[in-house]
Design a protein around this ligand. Structure first.
Ligand SMILES: Cc1cc2nc3c(=O)[nH]c(=O)nc-3n(C[C@H](O)[C@H](O)[C@H](O)COP(=O)(O)O)c2cc1C
Length: 169
């Protein structure tokens, strides 16, 4: 799929069929994720790939708006021991967000559906995901991406708005 089409076609998908996501597609998604940029190329990300039904159920309940049933969840986490020092540390959030967007776009490209469900900085959701995945202290869950074969097809759309652009010429 041409990148421009994937950008417009990508929508949040919250309903999935029961069909599993293939190992090959999961590998493609992870390659896309790690193709993203990161500040000083620290790559301070870790990806937890969850297909275990019991853990998926825990993730489903982890955050108020993550109650989505999917055959696959990728939890994108920041590894604080690899983040930049001191006040630059929060760049991990931008690094992991770039990786997340790559997963969403590659999902669309592969004919899959996905939705980004925010976790960090919601403390209770973070705690629930931390417990579900037994995360070490230095690993912070940024989001849960629910992924699967789509059972809904929202319209492609362009949210372009000239009002949001500020030309400095
Ligand atoms: C940081 C972030 C957190 C989000 N959290 C949730 C969430 O918890 N649950 C959910 O269903 N969608 C979540 N979304 C998806 C947004 O609701 C969605 O992107 C937005 O409504 C625009 O719709 P679209 O993705 O179809 O273009 C999140 C998106 C972002 C970027």
């Amino acid at each position: 799929m041409e990148l421009k089409n994937a950008l417009l076609k990508r929508r949040s998908i919250r309903k999935f069929t029961d069909e599993a996501v293939s190992e090959n597609d999961i590998s493609e998604l992870l390659h896309a994720a790690m193709s993203g940029p990161s500040a000083c190329n620290r790559t301070p990300w870790e990806f937890y790939v969850v297909t275990n039904p019991e853990v998926l159920e825990k993730l489903r309940k982890a955050a108020r708006y993550s109650k989505i049933t999917s055959p696959l969840a990728i939890v994108v986490c920041g590894n604080l021991s690899k983040a930049l020092p001191l006040q630059l540390s929060p760049f991990w959030i931008q690094d992991c967000s770039a990786a997340t967007e790559n997963i969403l776009l590659r999902s669309t490209d592969l004919g899959l559906g996905a939705v980004w469900c925010g976790v960090h900085p919601m403390k209770t959701a973070e705690k629930n995901v931390r417990e579900a995945l037994s995360l070490p202290e230095k690993i912070v869950p940024l989001n849960i991406i629910h992924i699967g074969h789509p059972a809904e097809e929202p319209e492609a759309r362009d949210q372009f708005s000239e009002k949001k652009i500020h030309y400095i010429k």
